[in-house]
Design a protein around this ligand. Structure first.
Ligand code: CA
Length: 367
């Protein structure tokens, strides 16, 4: 009986201790919760060089904003603006640099007037393909060089999608010799414009939304844009008969996220990581989408809209390659930054091309 009573007392004491312990823990948790301030939220703006929600290009920033919102549970929300909604498409870089907005989405070659090396991170005539560019940027030192180039402007760049190989473009007349390029007014950005200039053409820089009316009115004779998926969306087949499939000027176009450095540094570490991971996801997603949709769009262009497909003659391609080498050498001689980035790009391309020649090139012919 005594033993039994002692047992009961022991149980009561243990329960009391346990309960009071629980109570202490609850109090501590409650106090900690009281001390916590509500989680800080951030509202960012992202300006772009594309029409709002344009397939591929314009959806990349929309997807990015969605991923960031979901991964951060609404702590970082980003409002995306199409070209001209907040700033014109070619003023994206300045808006991010000046801190008018926290982010931008664009193409690096649009900034060649400010940073001669910028086009190398986007697209070079006879340069890297999409997978090669991604490999150089993320495992070949390219991204570090890119950040070094944009640092003086207070901008952190990240790869923001890539289009895959772009078509030679839309022409009102056939191109049968290099002389057919003389006097030709063509919308073409980046260093490819300088290459065409050597052939006597007149390169014109227009944002996507401005191209169709210029082609239709005759203000330009030819244009490149992206490839079937995007070119169908703009309806270029209504303004030019010939669609050149030859890939030369943009074997891919690497897009970019531009992030204001101060705004990025003001974010907590987890939100910074979310931005980096979302950018990587969008970068891959964009290429997947182009690869999946280009062929169906090409069929529509040919079968429904009766577009005439053409290839540039080999002699034209060969001459454009000679002019490209001249343009690269001239740029490297003019600007030390260009020379440094070009050296890294060239070395990486030389290696990966040799590898791809004995693997993919042979496989494409064999399968
Ligand atoms: Ca293009």
């Amino acid at each position: 009986m005594i033993k039994h009573t002692t047992g009961i007392v022991a149980v009561i004491i243990s329960l009391t201790l346990l309960l009071s312990g629980c109570g202490d823990k609850q109090n501590t948790t409650a106090k900690a919760e009281e001390k916590q301030t509500p989680e800080q939220t951030y509202q960012w703006k992202m300006v772009t060089s594309w029409p709002k929600n344009f397939p591929g290009l314009g959806m990349a920033p929309e997807k990015f904003a969605q991923y960031v919102n979901e991964m951060s549970n609404g702590r970082l929300t980003i409002h995306v603006y199409g070209a001209g909604e907040l700033v014109p498409g070619f003023e994206v870089f300045d808006a991010v640099s000046q801190g008018t907005v926290q982010m931008g989405h664009s193409g690096a070659y649009y900034w060649k007037g400010k940073i001669p090396a910028a086009p190398i991170f986007g697209a070079l005539p006879f340069g890297m393909t999409a997978t090669e560019l991604n490999a150089w940027l993320h495992y070949g030192g390219g991204l570090e060089l890119w950040r070094e180039q944009y640092k003086p402007f207070g901008i952190i760049p990240m790869a923001g999608g890539t289009t895959g190989a772009q078509f030679g473009g839309w022409f009102k007349k056939e191109i049968n010799s290099i002389d057919d390029l003389k006097g030709l007014k063509m919308r073409i950005p980046g260093l490819a414009g300088d290459v065409l200039k050597k052939a006597g053409a007149i390169p014109v820089n227009l944002t996507g939304g401005e191209i169709f009316s210029s082609l239709q009115s005759g203000a330009i004779d030819a244009t490149e844009w992206v490839g079937p998926y995007n070119d169908l969306a703009f309806g270029f087949y209504q303004a030019a008969d010939y669609y050149y499939t030859s890939v030369w000027h943009e074997p891919t176009a690497g897009l970019e996220f531009l992030i204001n450095e101060k705004a990025f540094n003001a974010l907590p570490k987890d939100l910074q990581k979310i931005i980096e991971v979302a950018a990587r996801a969008v970068n891959e997603d964009t290429l997947d989408e182009y690869n999946a949709r280009n062929n169906a769009a090409l069929k529509t262009l040919v079968e429904k809209h009766h577009v005439k497909l053409r290839q540039l003659p080999q002699e034209v391609i060969a001459q454009l390659k000679v002019y490209t080498a001249e343009v690269m050498a001239e740029q490297a001689a003019k600007d030390a930054g260009f020379a440094k980035v070009w050296q890294s790009y060239q070395a990486f391309l030389q290696d990966i091309r040799s590898y791809n020649d004995i693997t993919l090139k042979e496989y494409y012919q064999n399968r």
